[in-house]
Write a protein that binds this ligand. Structure first.
Ligand SMILES: CC(C)(COP(=O)(O)OP(=O)(O)OC[C@H]1O[C@@H](n2cnc3c(N)ncnc32)[C@H](O)[C@@H]1OP(=O)(O)O)[C@@H](O)C(=O)NCCC(=O)NCCS
Length: 147
């Protein structure tokens, strides 16, 4: 398994980034200022974008594992890599996600705990309804872990 920090041509990873965040205009809000990591294991398996939010907070803005590579530990390996890289630089790692049975159990399995909600986030910030597991996403659930 190899983690690469991508500095040039970040948009070449858009197909996978759009799996983690399906509106390109939202990705454009954080891609340039964020650190993009790509996980390779005989091919590209996962991507993750992390931003520095000040006051010791780092935030996962996008995390996506290629569909054929999901449930094989790559998502967890990426979170562990992010924690290793941010530890010592910040105090807290945050992530915001939909209230979805596909993502919340994953982040909880990785050691995150719910710390808040932004009501209506997916309704107010996206130009189309977002569905996960057959349910429309409305609130953003915020989770964090200490670094
Ligand atoms: C969510 C996502 C990143 C998880 O990555 P992954 O590589 O599939 O997850 P892992 O194999 O590392 O899972 C680690 C643990 O999380 C939990 N988990 C992962 N996916 C789960 C799911 N759909 N339901 C319940 N638990 C889940 C399990 O405990 C799992 O351990 P197990 O495989 O031994 O059961 C991946 O499914 C994905 O890219 N989804 C589409 C994009 C997306 O929704 N990104 C998140 C945006 S915020």
């Amino acid at each position: 398994m190899e983690f690469r920090t991508i500095s040039d041509s970040k948009r070449a990873f858009l197909p996978l980034l759009l799996l983690g965040d399906e509106q390109e205009a939202m990705i454009n809000r954080y891609l340039d200022r964020g650190t993009l990591w790509a996980l390779y294991d005989g091919g590209l398996r996962a991507v993750c974008v992390v931003t520095e939010e000040g006051a010791g907070d780092f935030e996962i803005k996008n995390l996506a594992v290629a569909p054929e590579s999901q449930r094989q530990g790559y998502g967890r390996a990426m979170v562990e890599h992010v924690v290793r890289r941010c530890r010592g630089w910040g105090k807290r790692l945050l992530v915001g996600t939909g209230d979805s049975p596909l993502t919340l159990p994953f982040y909880e399995a990785c050691g995150f705990r719910e710390c808040g909600r932004i009501e209506g986030f997916f309704v107010e910030n996206y130009d189309h309804p977002i569905y996960e597991a057959g349910r429309r996403l409305t609130d953003m659930v915020l989770l964090d872990m200490e670094l």
